[in-house]
Design a protein around this ligand. Structure first.
Ligand code: SAM
Length: 262
């Protein structure tokens, strides 16, 4: 493991640059912070570019060693040890965690098999996207499909909001026409969620294969995607709220889809 002491080191600068989308896209990399989440990524077989550990020389010998479960993935050329100030700089956080992993983006093909999937049409808020990925993991969904122009799933805000579930939930993507073309060849059904949906979500069948489609925070389901859905479901609201939060409604739908099965 190399020890890095300079803020100007190219590895430090590269990791710091991953806060910006243009560099995440250019390098195809993203950050995962914290021992638990980094270990989850490694155990799930993600390819790691760099592992960074904070060095605490003031601590006793035993508590200084990086966690053994992660250390076994560290080789001379992919592991670095840095002082707390450098970890703060790399993560942009005053309270940076002691373990950081740099991983490669991974996209999967659109589904061909059985299971429940959730699709998000133009999701904008990385916190919502991360929460949906986390909920999909909890409910046993087989993946999250990003439709059209969405926020970046590899942003630190989204990755943090997944609380480690990014390690286990396959991500797929398509533009609107690609999603509609895929839908025609897929044997499953597609249920869209819409404020003006004709069906009460409690009255639908959720037999897999199934994709549940959520609209964007601002404008809901785009007309083309809504028209491609087999059914449009509405979650009844009795108060004065105009709509439910995207991630909350995704949670309601996902748990309805797996009710009695988990
Ligand atoms: N102004 C948007 C609209 O007109 O659709 C509100 C979008 S809402 C914040 C985000 C997404 O959550 C919606 O597109 C839909 O997928 C889902 N959603 C929210 N409330 C819902 C409800 N009561 N019934 C069905 N879906 C809902």
């Amino acid at each position: 493991m190399k020890s890095i002491t300079s803020h100007a080191n190219p590895v430090v600068k590269k990791i710091k640059s991953l806060a910006q989308k243009k560099y995440r896209d250019e390098y195809g990399l993203f950050l995962v912070e914290g021992e638990r989440d980094v270990r989850g990524m490694l155990d799930a077989g993600w390819e790691v570019e760099t592992l960074a550990f904070t060095c605490h020389p003031e601590r006793s010998e035993g508590s200084r060693v990086p966690p053994p479960e992660i250390l076994r993935y560290a080789q001379d050329d992919n592991a670095i040890e840095v002082m707390p100030g450098i970890m703060q700089r790399m993560t942009g956080r005053d309270n940076a965690q002691d373990v950081l992993g740099v991983f490669r983006h991974k996209w999967h093909d659109l589904p061909k098999k059985d299971g429940v999937f959730i699709a998000l049409d133009g999701v904008r808020d990385p916190g919502n996207l991360g929460t949906v990925i986390r909920t999909a993991d909890a409910a046993g969904a087989r993946g999250v499909i990003l439709i059209g122009n969405t926020c970046d799933p590899w942003s630190p805000e989204c990755i943090r909001a997944t609380m480690g579930s990014i390690a286990r939930v396959p991500l797929m993507r398509a533009d609107a026409s690609g999603f509609i073309a895929w839908k025609k060849s897929w044997p499953g059904r597609v249920i869209g969620t819409h404020l003006k949906g004709a069906e009460d979500y409690r009255r639908l069948s959720y037999a897999p294969p199934l994709a549940i489609v959520m609209g964007s925070e601002q404008s809901g389901l785009s007309p083309d995607i809504a028209a491609a859905c087999d059914q449009l479901a509405r979650i009844p609201m009795v108060g004065g709220a105009e709509s439910l939060n995207l991630a909350v409604s995704a949670g309601i739908m996902l748990y309805e889809a797996v009710r009695g099965k988990i």
